[in-house]
Design a protein around this ligand. Structure first.
Ligand code: GTR
Length: 329
């Protein structure tokens, strides 16, 4: 082995090390929070967002998505943004509402006439107003995913009218709008982390829960709660957010990359969502879940006035609600 001193080589090595250090000092690794399993529509879309950001910024920004609530439950994750503990995430509008009341307005029971109505609201000026409302929570909403419509699933008896919910312990996400909505229907709302629902159904801690078909299916809650009653009480949009401190540090060109990439990921999510809803329905039917369509939703709609009274409390929020209702066909 030749151990002789070779200054030229050492200089070259030092130079290349310096380059590596400079490059990695510039590269920023972003932590992404996600509640769902990796093959869920929003999870695939978040991965696409993270990968494309890396490619389009030549690795100056790279993103890792931590699935399955590995970084904590939703409320905790929302709070982490204040400290830049998480850089990007997909959050339910309902969970953001405790921090930014405007987000409650787009999560209000029966506020949207259809998914098309919801997309029209979110993709336009109202979506920007909602993003501005998140600034105090150190977030910018770059695009909107769909969360479908949430309905009840129960262990013992189906829900046909609100009276069937009376006295039932129904799990809800840990946020006020979910609690108020389920209580307005007469149930005992029980806030629990998403990851605790399966065992809570199994052990009888709760009598049921409520969610869209893809979440009901992907969590396998249908193995324990076999009655799915489609009252569709909430159509809750989900926001792809990045931390505002990160956003403010981006160059105008990088902002454009982040925004365009987020929007493209929302298109992916919405397409995958429609496919997953069909797949979930098939899985549920195959597993023997009894789905009850609820032809007359009017008693459910009528019960919601207290929720509107509770959350639509200022002129600004009243205006937002009126603008949502007036928009679209
Ligand atoms: C899902 C939604 C999550 C969370 C979850 C829950 O449908 O995507 O953001 O709200 O439901 O019930 O905790």
């Amino acid at each position: 082995m030749n151990l002789s001193w070779r200054p030229g080589r050492m200089i070259a090595l030092a130079a290349s090390l310096a380059l590596t250090v400079a490059a990695s000092a510039e590269a920023r690794e972003l932590r992404g929070w996600n509640l769902h399993i990796p093959d869920y529509p929003g999870s695939v879309a978040m991965e696409e967002f993270a990968t494309t950001i890396g490619e389009k910024t030549d690795g100056r920004y790279t993103g890792t998505v931590y699935h399955n609530g590995q970084l904590g439950d939703q409320r905790f994750a929302v709070e982490q943004f204040a400290f830049d503990g998480i850089d990007f995430a997909v959050f339910s509008g309902g969970s953001l509402g405790d921090f930014a009341p405007a987000l409650n307005i787009v999560s209000m029971p029966y506020v949207f006439r259809s998914e098309e109505h919801m997309f029209e609201v979110l993709d336009g000026k109202i979506g920007e107003r909602l993003s501005d409302a998140l600034a105090d929570s150190n977030m910018v909403a770059l695009a909107w995913y769909t969360g479908g419509a949430r309905s009840f699933y129960t262990v013992d008896k189906p829900v046909v009218t609100p009276a069937d919910l009376k006295g039932l312990k129904i799990r809800v996400p840990d946020a006020d709008i979910f609690v108020a909505t389920v209580e307005a229907l007469g149930a005992n709302a029980t806030p629990l982390a998403f990851g605790e629902v399966y065992t809570s159904l199994q052990t009888g801690v709760i009598d049921g829960a409520e969610n869209n078909a893809p979440s009901f299916e992907s969590t396998r809650h249908y193995e324990v709660a076999k009655l799915y009653s489609l009252d569709q009480h909430m159509m809750v949009p989900e926001a792809l957010v990045v931390s505002k401190s990160l956003w403010d540090s981006l160059s105008p060109e990088d902002k454009e990359v982040f925004r365009a990439t987020a929007r493209a990921s929302a298109e992916t999510q919405r397409k995958l969502w429609a496919e997953r809803v069909e797949k979930s329905k098939a899985v549920l039917a195959e597993a023997g879940v009894e789905t009850n369509e609820i032809a007359d939703k009017q008693p459910f709609i009528d019960a919601m006035q207290p929720v509107y009274d509770k959350f639509v409390t200022t002129d600004e929020l009243r205006q937002l609600l009126a603008d949502i209702q007036a928009s679209g066909k």
